[in-house]
Design a protein around this ligand. Structure first.
Ligand code: SAH
Length: 367
């Protein structure tokens, strides 16, 4: 079992009350702390992002000191922050206070919503052919605290309140099932993000999708499909060897039937690899009868072994048209943060290249 730093972030208010009581304080102090942690945004102290007890001004000094001594460990060490001036996308590279591993999280505001994209693992073991994070391998699962802390960090850097969360950053959330679910429950119950405004994106881990269905959450499940045939999918998404499309699609149908939620199917468009009219027709056939929306994601060029290319607008439009003519709802991911290397895992990959490995662990002044 991974041991994580002592923090109250990532605990429900009921759990915070228990922890505070165990520290010899009255339980209602725990409710106050919960309020500070999740609903008033604090930047954290000591250069690390954790619970800033010193700033919790409605607690007595002694209580603040006691709690800081027990639970004041930083969770994240915020690092480089890049803002794309054109669309206000903000990407933050942060290091896990415990171990120094780099992760990324992104703030994506638009006129209607403020979305954030959070990571669930440091690195990722799935090795999808086009994904920058996939080149890194898995370092470790993030704790619920480390997932929620990304949200709190981004909220502290945003003038507007966050309204939507997508678990589409680094990592495969369903391979870090318990911590991800715990984080989702805290984001919903404590941070006020409606379940319907939370999207979990999976590469398609079939047994865990079945398990997730049983939780009966109103979140959106997004499945990274990327290919309509097993042959092609195995090339792009290695885990397709374990979970072929017939099993995956059966699971998706069961998931939709059980949760009454429409699924999103993500499809990264790679020029002349999976973007031909033939693949569009096969995709439409594969999704027939599944309550589905398709999210087309034009490939974001990254440093991966294979030289993939993004298709031009005409090819994308033609692909989209075939799906729409087959009656599918299609959305297209807006290209955002291109100037700041906002594709999944890109910033960490860059940072790792710039910094020799041995200096990665802990930043100066922390730990
Ligand atoms: N492991 C999960 C979530 C993280 S990736 C999953 O596979 O769904 C989030 C989405 O970004 C996935 O659909 C993934 O395939 C896609 N993605 C990864 N690298 C990309 C790139 N270079 N360009 C466009 N989309 C990419």
């Amino acid at each position: 079992m991974q041991e994580y730093p002592q923090t109250l972030i990532g605990r429900t208010t009921a759990e915070v009350r228990e922890a505070v009581t165990a520290a010899g304080l009255p339980a209602y102090r725990g409710s106050q702390v919960g309020e500070w942690l999740y609903r008033r945004t604090l930047p954290g102290e000591g250069g690390g992002f954790g619970a800033d007890f010193a700033a919790m001004t409605d607690l007595p000094q002694t209580a603040r000191a006691e709690l800081a001594a027990r639970f004041g460990a930083p969770v994240l060490i915020p690092g480089e922050q890049r803002t794309d001036r054109r669309d206000e996308t903000v990407k933050i590279l942060a290091r896990l206070a415990d171990g120094g591993h780099p992760i990324e999280c992104v703030l994506l505001p638009d006129e209607r919503r403020v979305s954030v994209c959070l990571s669930t693992q440091a690195g990722c073991p799935m090795a999808c052919a086009f994904c920058a994070t996939g080149t890194q391998g898995l370092t470790r699962n993030l704790s619920a605290a480390e997932i929620v802390a990304q949200f709190l960090l981004l909220q502290s850097r945003s003038a507007r309140r966050i309204s939507h969360v997508v678990l589409m950053g680094m990592g495969e959330p369903l391979l870090n099932y318990e911590n991800t679910l715990k984080a989702i429950r805290i984001l919903s119950a404590e941070c006020g993000i409606a379940m319907r405004h939370i999207t979990l994106s999976t590469v398609g881990i079939v047994p865990q999708m079945d398990r997730l269905a049983q939780e009966n959450l109103q979140i959106t499940l997004a499945v990274s499909l990327h290919a309509p045939t097993d042959e092609l999918r195995r090339r792009l998404v290695p885990v397709a060897k374990t979970y072929p499309l017939d099993r995956l699609m059966d699971t998706c149908r069961r998931y939709a039937a059980h949760t009454h939620r429409r699924l999103t199917f993500e499809y990264v468009l790679l020029r002349e690899v999976n973007d031909r009219p033939e693949e569009a027709r096969e995709l439409a056939a594969l999704l027939r009868g599944v309550p589905a929306a398709v999210n087309l994601i034009p490939y974001n060029p990254t440093a991966v072994a294979e030289p993939f290319q993004r298709p031009g607008p005409e090819r994308i439009a033609a692909f989209r048209k075939i799906l729409e003519q087959a009656g599918l709802t299609v959305t297209q991911r807006k290209e955002r943060g291109r100037q700041i290397a906002a594709a999944c895992g890109q910033l960490v990959t860059e940072a790792t290249r710039r910094t020799p490995k041995k200096t990665l662990p802990v930043l100066a002044g922390v730990a």
